[in-house]
Design a protein around this ligand. Structure first.
Ligand SMILES: [Zn+2]
Length: 279
């Protein structure tokens, strides 16, 4: 059985600050260690329940947070920037299930530690068919396209709550409780890893016995993805992407029946808007 892991970083127990999760910062080494342990806990738990192949997509920032030799399960690591399918690069219909590890809440959540939606420098809100979504919801478009069920989501309590709408049956592993954008109450990392291991084991056992609730996410078609930026210039630039329509000064809409196309358009729009934010 093949499992796909898309790994972010903000949702790891012990993480509350950008300094812990950005390359070159003094606390980064410590952050990496905590993340790697959580990723390996998921792989090990899945292995115990019979999963045998793992592909890990390092999906945070420069996407070089995990070191290949440190990964359990002889996992294939997908790393590096500008991957065509970004946080979901490497997924296809050959996978039995997918796990979102160390994910975080959306930018608009009331209390989500390090909450953002793809780019805190560009995006104020994303709505999918009218509902506010974070990265789990957006990335679920790719899971739906390939027909792969989301079997595990880990992060803070807000991440778990936000995942309910697209992955109600997935194992939700809460490793910390958000107290604000830069504060959280963490489970001890050993305890967090224990829960992740047990959760992954349960998820794979459920897949193996054909649990009917573990189905791929599904969306009402045509899907509408509305993106609101911090400033109007970003929306203007986003309209350079074919099929993107302006809805308001700062809001654009991407819509269609092909979920992969919509996700790719979204990635292009994020890249363009982010380029403006850098100047
Ligand atoms: Zn993220």
């Amino acid at each position: 059985m093949k499992l796909f892991l898309s790994t972010d970083f903000e949702g790891t127990s012990g993480i509350v600050a950008w300094e812990q999760i950005i390359e070159g910062q003094p606390e980064y080494a410590q952050g990496r260690l905590l993340l790697t342990r959580e990723v390996n806990a998921v792989i090990s738990g899945a292995q115990e329940a019979g999963a045998s192949e793992f592909v890990v997509n390092d999906a945070h920032h420069f996407m070089r947070n995990l070191h290949p030799q440190e990964l359990a399960g002889e996992a294939i690591l997908i790393s590096g920037r500008h991957k065509p399918l970004y946080m979901m690069e490497g997924l296809d219909s050959s996978f039995a299930g997918l796990c979102f590890v160390s994910y975080h809440g959306s930018i608009g959540a009331e209390r989500a530690v390090l909450g953002h939606t793809y780019s805190p420098a560009a995006i104020l809100e994303v709505r999918l068919n009218g509902q506010i979504v974070g990265e789990v919801g957006i990335n679920a478009l790719v899971a739906a396209h390939y027909g792969v069920p989301i079997v595990l989501v880990s992060g803070d309590d807000v991440t778990a709550q936000e995942a309910e709408s697209v992955a109600p049956a997935a194992e939700k592993i809460v490793v910390k409780h958000s107290l604000g954008r830069f504060a959280a109450a963490h489970l001890h990392p050993d305890k967090a890893c224990e829960l992740l291991r047990a959760g992954a084991q349960r998820a794979v056992e459920r897949l193996a016995r054909g649990d009917e609730r573990l189905v791929p996410p599904s969306f009402e078609l045509p899907v509408r993805l509305e993106v609101t930026f911090l400033v109007a210039d970003m929306a203007e630039m986003a309209c350079s992407v074919r099929g993107v329509e302006r809805r308001a000064a700062r809001t654009v809409c991407l819509s269609g029946e092909n979920l992969l196309d919509i996700y790719r358009q979204f990635v292009a729009v994020v890249m363009l808007a982010r380029a403006l934010a850098d100047r």
